[in-house]
Design a binder for this molecule. Structure first.
Ligand code: KIV
Length: 256
């Protein structure tokens, strides 16, 4: 069996949309050229330059420290791999507070090689989302636990446990769909609520720590590899590449 199923054609947002109900969407993050090449060689249809970059590559305690310049630098590196995968970039904290700012920053990502952008929130950021889509830039939603709100919320909390959150998620998802989002990431949403959202919305849901019933799954790639510098979330079954890397260095050093 060939382990590398290379996506033969360029993936578009419409192709991602059409995967709903037909084929599970595998999405992963990449922050540099070799990682993007590797994921693309494996046929991953959606690559996200996530602002998780801040925690797993740049050494920040959370994603609120990530700047536009840092995101653009890494988006350009990923884009140089010319992936067949759809290339999405994360708008960092406070980069989409007004519609004008959101469009200007989304345009900078397109110039850097991204084909779509993602931002965190639903009704609270709807004017910015509408402006991005009106400017012709495809938009990926992100609901549930919003890492850019970690300081405000005092941690990373599962969403959907109480009725107000359940109702809020349904309203946010409907608003993003009406605005024209091509898919929605659901992060740390309780599995029953993620399942209900997946059944109700016309676009694919891409889950992370939200149970098995979303239309696709996304992970921070260094969590999947087991090479993230911090704690690896419970929803990931990490490979042991970190151990293999440490063994390689130790073996090399001992043989000097
Ligand atoms: O920043 C990121 O990597 C993300 C995903 C994991 C959804 O937003």
């Amino acid at each position: 069996m060939n382990a590398f199923v290379v996506t033969p054609t360029k993936v578009t947002t419409e192709m991602i949309r059409q995967m709903k109900g037909r084929e599970k969407i595998a999405a992963l993050t990449a922050y540099d050229f070799p990682m993007a090449r590797l994921l693309d060689n494996c046929g991953v249809p959606l690559i996200l330059v996530g602002d998780s970059l801040g925690m797993v590559v740049l050494g920040y305690p959370d994603t609120t420290h990530v700047t536009m310049d840092e995101m653009l630098h890494h988006t350009r590196a990923v884009a140089r791999a010319k992936p067949n995968a759809l290339l999405v970039a994360d708008l960092p904290f406070r980069s989409y507070e007004t519609p004008a700012q959101a469009v200007a920053n989304a345009m900078r990502f397109v110039e850097a090689g991204a084909e779509a952008v993602k931002a965190e929130g639903g009704r609270a950021i709807l004017e910015s989302v509408r402006a991005i889509i009106a400017a012709g830039i495809p938009f990926l939603g992100h609901l549930g636990m919003l890492p850019q709100q970690v300081l405000e919320e005092g941690g990373y909390h599962i969403k959907g446990k109480i009725e107000a959150e359940h109702a809020g998620l349904l309203a946010d998802a409907a608003a993003l769909c009406d605005a024209g989002a091509f898919a929605i990431v659901l992060e740390l949403v309780t599995p029953p609520v993620a399942r209900e959202l997946t059944q109700r919305v016309p676009v694919p849901t891409i889950g992370i720590g939200s149970g098995p019933d979303c239309d696709g799954q996304i992970l921070v790639t260094t969590d999947l590899f087991g090479t993230s510098p911090g704690r690896i979330p419970k929803h990931v079954k990490p490979a042991t590449l970190g151990d293999a890397m440490r063994a390689a260095v130790t073996t090399w050093k001992a043989a000097l």
